[in-house]
Design a protein around this ligand. Sequence first.
Ligand SMILES: *[C@@H]1O[C@H](CO)[C@@H](O)[C@H](O)[C@H]1NC(C)=O
Ligand SMILES: *[C@@H]1O[C@H](CO)[C@@H](O)[C@H](O)[C@H]1NC(C)=O
Length: 308
Amino acid sequence: MMAMKKSFSLLFFLPFLLLAIIYFVIFPNEFRLQSSLAACGDSAPATAADAVAKAAPDIRVLLGVLTRADKYERRALVRLAYALQPAPARAVVHVRFVVCNLTAEEDAALVGLEIAAYGDIIVLDCTENMDNGKTYTYFSAVPRLFAGEPYDYVGKTDDDTYYRLGALADALRDKPRRDAYYGFLTPCHADPRTQYMSGMGYVVSWDVAAWVAATPELQNDLKGPEDKLFGRWLRWGGRGRNVFGAEPRMYDYLDGGMRHGPTCFRHLLQADTVAVHKLKDNLKWARTLNFFNATEGHKASPLFHVDH
Ligand SMILES: *[C@@H]1O[C@H](CO)[C@@H](O)[C@H](O)[C@H]1NC(C)=O
Ligand SMILES: *[C@@H]1O[C@H](CO)[C@@H](O)[C@H](O)[C@H]1NC(C)=O
């Protein structure tokens, strides 16, 4: 009788045990996702696109990808590209997509779904057809949005730039945490008094973002190319004086099939890249991700066949 009861309860639990094992084997990432969610606090919801270090991080970076709500396909690609990057050592780099108010009905619903699924979107108080001022709105909103858990550095980039987050964190680690302005200096090799960090992406220390937020005078200087303006604001305010040019580790994409040749700001992909810009179509993204071995982790399976 006892033996029967025992084997009955074993039989009863066996399917649940099997389910648990199958779940763990098929969705091991769920567990990683849960732990990064727990680690992140309320101001920065974690997502699959987060690069959260395992060892105690000594640097925290926010990288805002300025994009438009309706660019679903590009956003999916960029999110995937960052999700598959190896997590940087000893660093937290949060990649967030930055859009203006969701005015179209479909964007409110569909971007809302993305926010629910990934939690990696920041909606700023601005309108997208405004040709100027989004960079200002972004840098002036971040200090307030993340006041509870400030970052060491705040970066801005576009959805045609691919950063290698570990390389970025390593490049910033030994830089001053105050008054810093890191990126690709343009025009290259020009008079430093005329240079600013190119729109391919740049990073400032938290105090510089806080200064932008606390300086309403900048609102009188929002007309013109945004990244050039940003450089002008800093020069005017005497901020970001620790200037670090990342040439040649940040550059515009070039491959052999293109008409133009290399310049000081454009060259072939290289292994120590921090960021590559002008990834205007899927083929350029594909070649870039291949170069950086993003697809290396694929296991062989009879279910698919990937040639490249
Ligand atoms: C954006 O949306 C918020 C909340 O609905 C609203 O208060 C604000 O005026 C909007 N901003 C713009 C620039 O349309
Ligand atoms: C990609 O992998 C190949 C083969 O393992 C290696 O030789 C190459 O250096 C890697 N590329 C980069 C950019 O890490």
